[in-house]
Write a protein of this length. Structure first.
Length: 153
C-alpha cells in the first residue's frame, strides 16, 4: 500500500512540475493606447500566465512642438532614463527621428529582484510592494478597463 501511495505522490509531483515549467511565449499579448500624440505599445512574454518580460515602446510625435516644449520633454525623458539606469534586468533606450521620439523599455519581470526594484521605484503601477510575479490575465484586464486595446495570441 505504501508503494502505491508513494507512486501516486511521485506522479502528482511530476505533473505539477511539468505544469509549472511550460514554454515561454513571446508577445503573448500586445496592448496599445494612443493619447495626446503619444502611442504606447506593450508586449508581454509569458510562461503560462506569468509575465516574464515587458517590452514597451512609446512613440511621441513632436511635430509642431516649440523648442521649449521639446526641451521640457527631453528633461522628462532624462529623468526616466535615470530612474531605469541602475536597475539590473532593464534595458532603456531613446531614438529621435524627424518629428518623433521613440522610447523603448524592456523589463525582465520574470526575475523577482528586477520586478521588486521596478515596483519599489514606482515604475510599474502595482499595488502590492511584495509582488513576486505578474499575471498576464490580470494585467491585460486592468489595461483593457483603462482603455487600452488588447490583442492576444
Amino acid at each position: 500500500m505504501k508503494k502505491i501511495v508513494s507512486m501516486i505522490l511521485v506522479c502528482v509531483l511530476a505533473m505539477s512540475l511539468m505544469a509549472c515549467g511550460g514554454k515561454e511565449t513571446e508577445d503573448a499579448s500586445v496592448c496599445t493606447i494612443e493619447q495626446n500624440g503619444v502611442k504606447v505599445t506593450m508586449a508581454f512574454d509569458v510562461k503560462g500566465d506569468k509575465i516574464v518580460k515587458i517590452k514597451q515602446s512609446s512613440t511621441i510625435s513632436i511635430e509642431g512642438y516649440s523648442e521649449a516644449d521639446v526641451e521640457a520633454l527631453q528633461s522628462t525623458i532624462d529623468e526616466a532614463a535615470a530612474a531605469y539606469k541602475d536597475i539590473d534586468g532593464v534595458e532603456y533606450s531613446i531614438d529621435q527621428k524627424d518629428a518623433e521620439i521613440v522610447e523603448n523599455i524592456n523589463i525582465n519581470v520574470g526575475d523577482e529582484d528586477t520586478l521588486k526594484a521596478v515596483v519599489s521605484a514606482g515604475l510599474l503601477p502595482v499595488d502590492d510592494d511584495n509582488v513576486t510575479e505578474l499575471s498576464l490575465k490580470a494585467t491585460t484586464e486592468a489595461l483593457e478597463s483603462a482603455g487600452w486595446t488588447v490583442e492576444s495570441k
